[in-house]
Design a protein. Structure first.
Length: 390
């Protein structure tokens, strides 16, 4: 392993951040163990839904586990900055790191993290994305025609469905305003656990690379399937799967615009205009996610299209696709564990349960997005600045 790789590892801020966040959870776990209110990983009132897998054990057991792993995680994270480990001596640390990833990355988080992300995308990402794209698209004659057509379609929807009624926007605003009082600090701790699990996963990957004598920055030398020509072949098919996965959910939401929506009563939806509007927003996010995923195998995923403002015509930085893709894949996989249990109804038929899983295929979707992102990275990465390998 090169000296540059050692310096990269020693100067990394990830172990320090992981140690600091581990200390926070160690203190919080101890407080919950001693009787403090606000335990974030138990059954969710008022129905007692067990969103987190950690909710399957008693609260005191979960709190104790959080406390122990949190306090022990401080020296363990700092130990990842050490560069003199032999392969044999490093194995216990890697094993402990795997436990941390399992608990904080899989058992403690829940589909709550995915829900929060979806809500933020609807509230912030969707309006910002629309404005950004409209500003850029108006600069090109061809896309200008598409924008005018889109305005006509939206006007037609308003006339026929009244979906953009101000009452709907007001209902959404009231609902969002009441969220903090209902959920308290639980989403913060759940999201923090997810981030801590991701941090431990990064340390684990770097540790494995170190133990195997590979470059800490890029992981080279890698297996044959990581070579660009190989990644191009298998990456095409997993990208297609990843793009198709959100489409059933998006189409289901779009039926809310029809007189007879699938799976819902039209009168109930019309009585809740805010829910209807927000649900359609989630459907648009899912539709956009599928389209954007195709960029991992299309030219516009490597060079910004001409109608994108500011960056038009410039190469797309690899991180601009890899970071969001990796984050999305991780979110979907983490949310899968609790979502499958919630969607699988013992009283429903096998066909109905499979249909629910098809509408939200988080396990397949998360795995496909992760593999598609990896293929994009392997196909586009250049020579490593640390090990100089291509």
């Amino acid at each position: 392993m090169s000296d540059v790789g050692v310096r990269d590892r020693t100067r990394s801020v990830v172990p320090v951040l992981v140690a600091a966040l581990s200390l926070v959870y160690g203190i919080a776990g101890l407080a919950w163990l001693l009787g403090a209110d606000g335990y974030a990983f138990g059954p969710v009132p008022p129905d007692g839904e067990r969103l987190s897998l950690l909710a399957q054990v008693p609260d005191r057991v979960g709190a104790g586990l959080i406390a122990v792993l949190g306090f022990l995680g401080v020296p363990a994270a700092i130990a990842h900055t050490r560069t003199e480990w032999s392969t044999t001596a490093y194995r216990p640390l890697l094993g402990f790191t795997a436990v941390q990833v399992l608990v904080f990355g899989l058992l403690a988080p829940s589909v709550t993290v995915v829900i929060m992300t979806g809500y933020l995308l609807v509230l912030i990402g969707l309006p910002a994305g629309v404005v950004w794209l409209v500003v850029g698209a108006w600069r090109q004659p061809a896309t200008r025609v598409l924008l005018i057509g889109l305005v006509v379609v939206l006007a037609g929807l308003e006339v026929t469905t009244g979906i953009f009624d101000w009452a709907a926007f007001r209902e959404v605003a009231v609902g969002i305003g009441g969220v903090p009082a209902k959920v308290g600090t639980t989403p913060l701790f759940v999201t923090g656990a997810f981030l801590l699990g991701c941090g431990w996963a990064v340390l684990g990957v770097r540790g494995l690379r170190s133990a195997r004598g590979r470059c800490l920055r890029c992981g080279r030398p890698g297996a044959n399937w990581t070579r660009p020509e190989s990644a191009r072949r298998w990456g095409f098919w997993v990208t297609i799967v990843a793009a198709l996965c959100p489409m059933p959910y998006a189409l289901l939401r779009m039926t809310w615009l029809l007189p007879n929506p699938i799976g819902f009563d039209a009168d109930d939806l019309n009585a809740e205009p805010g829910i209807k509007l927000f649900g359609l927003g989630l459907g648009l996010i899912a539709l956009a996610a599928g389209i954007v995923t195709l960029g991992l195998i299309r030219p516009w995923g490597e060079v910004w299209p001409r109608w994108i403002p500011v960056v038009a015509g410039r190469p797309v930085p690899i991180k601009a696709a890899v970071v969001p893709g990796a984050a999305a894949a991780t979110l979907l996989l983490v949310g899968s564990a609790s979502l499958i249990g919630l969607l699988w109804n013992p009283e429903a038929s096998l066909g109905e349960n499979l249909l629910f899983q098809l509408v939200l295929p988080f396990p397949i979707w998360g795995a496909a997005v992760g593999l598609a992102t990896a293929a994009y990275y392997y196909r586009r990465r250049t020579a490593c600045t640390s090990c100089q390998q291509a």
